[in-house]
Write a protein that binds this ligand. Structure first.
Ligand SMILES: Cc1ncc(COP(=O)(O)O)c(C=O)c1O
Length: 429
């Protein structure tokens, strides 16, 4: 079925459902199998040579995961998607599909702490240099691109600062240099709040652990191929050139616009092995059915909590992109549905100790490192997600000692506000 003409809400329920029609079941079947029986030796050889599509082994493909991938590709309007075990593995597979020893990628200064570590430490060990832009403007990215740049990487909304940069402008820099533009769209909630393909992205990665799953029940990552990059431009012989692992097969000639996502599967998943469990793919599909409804509720609760915190004496500063004095108000209105996010940050009065007492006193809101859950989550980045960073790197990432990142859940927001009030009192604020 062609889903492209259907609304987001219809796609989030229907896309992928007819993937396994054998029984007529309303739900998608979970296939808990590691391997698949081959019809014949010739058929098996064709599968291994990538000349015929089909299932070989769940590390590469699984019918439950395929249905989920189909739904994700339909939601984003991509030519294909790949489900992997976590958001971090999605980033690793996407970047290493493009860059090798001696290459570099150019990245935003506003990155999730785990991504920053992967880039600064693990990719460096592989000989891939990550050049962090010195500022927010597209020109800062432009300055760093050279002949060995293999991607520009941006978070559609930076974690935890909620910075929304000029996605389209940075996409234009990538286009000018014929470099793929990768956007981590975790805060864009599976494409519902933001779809980076509308703004020049070529590849989207998304931590499905967050809004896609929506209930904090499984880890997952997604890579989506926009099918809009010219791999034949001469800069990517690993896509448009003989594949070592497949007897010289050229992925660009074989898979056309879906060459990149094919490469992520047949090289990335095959060799790094971070495949999702079919059960987790099922949970992701189930979560997706209510994605837009959950996000709408969370966005409205975020607005209510942001207004409450802004009027409170206990809070030094509230950053929420929906406030018209936010430096990201204009970009959020342009790139995010409702001009908003379901996450805000607040800097409390007091110091790191009173902030710790506050988070420990919360009774409903959970003190965890999580976003996009049905439970409201309060995170203290300085002692958790960003703890490994040096003081200077923390400051550059906008993380101060009393900063809290708050991701609103599905509760009645009045109860969350009351929980904050009692925790302020308990912390002596
Ligand atoms: C923006 C962003 N990207 C990537 C990740 C990593 O995802 P995962 O925890 O699923 O590996 C996270 C995790 O919070 C994130 O916030």
């Amino acid at each position: 079925m062609d889903y492209s003409k259907l609304g987001f809400q219809t796609r989030q329920i229907h896309a992928g459902l007819d993937h396994t029609p054998a029984t007529g079941a309303r739900g998608v079947a979970i296939y808990p199998t590691a391997a698949y029986r081959f019809k014949s030796c010739e058929y098996a050889a064709n599968l291994f040579n990538l000349t015929e599509p089909g299932n070989i082994y769940t590390r590469l493909q699984n019918p439950t995961s395929s249905a989920y991938e189909e739904r994700i590709a339909a939601l984003y309007g991509g030519v294909g998607a790949l489900a992997v075990a976590s958001g971090m593995s999605a980033i690793l597979i996407a970047v290493t599909a493009l860059a090798a020893e001696g290459d570099n990628i150019v990245a935003s200064p506003y990155l999730y702490g785990g991504t920053y570590n992967q880039f600064r430490h693990s990719l460096r060990r592989l000989g891939i240099e990550v050049r962090i832009a010195a500022g927010e403007a597209p020109e800062e990215f432009d300055k760093l691109v050279d002949g060995r740049t293999k991607a520009i990487f941006l978070e559609s909304m930076g974690n935890p600062t909620c910075a929304v940069l000029d996605i389209e402008g940075i996409g234009n820099v990538a286009k000018k240099h014929q470099v793929p533009f990768i956007v981590d769209n975790t805060f864009g909630a599976g494409g519902y709040l933001c779809n980076p393909f509308e703004w020049g992205a070529n590849i989207v990665v998304d931590s499905a652990t967050k809004w896609i799953n929506g209930h904090g029940t499984a880890m997952g990552g997604i890579i989506v191929d926009g099918g809009n990059f010219d791999w034949g431009c001469g800069r990517f012989p690993n896509v448009d050139g003989p594949s070592d692992g497949y007897h010289g097969l050229n992925l660009w000639e074989t898979f056309g616009p879906a060459a990149f996502i094919a490469k992520c599967r047949v090289d990335g998943l095959r060799d790094f092995g971070c495949c999702p469990s079919p059960f987790d793919s099922y949970l992701m599909m189930l979560g997706l059915e209510t994605l837009s409804l959950r996000v709408r509720h969370e966005v409205e609760s975020t607005r209510r909590l942001a207004e409450f915190l802004r009027s409170s004496q206990k809070v030094k500063r509230v950053s929420w992109v929906g406030f018209d004095d936010s430096p990201y108000f204009g970009n959020a209105r342009k790139y995010f549905r409702f001009g908003s996010s379901a996450v805000l940050t607040a800097e409390l009065q007091g110091d790191v100790e009173t902030t710790a007492r506050f988070v420990e006193a919360l009774q409903l809101a959970a003190h965890m490192t999580m976003i996009g859950d049905s439970i409201t989550v309060v995170t203290h980045p300085a002692s958790t997600t960003h703890k490994q960073l040096s003081e200077a790197d923390m400051e550059a990432a906008g993380v101060t000692p009393t900063l809290l990142r708050i991701s609103l859940g599905l509760e009645d927001v009045e109860d969350i506000i009351a929980d904050f009030e009692q925790a302020f009192a308990a912390a002596g604020l």
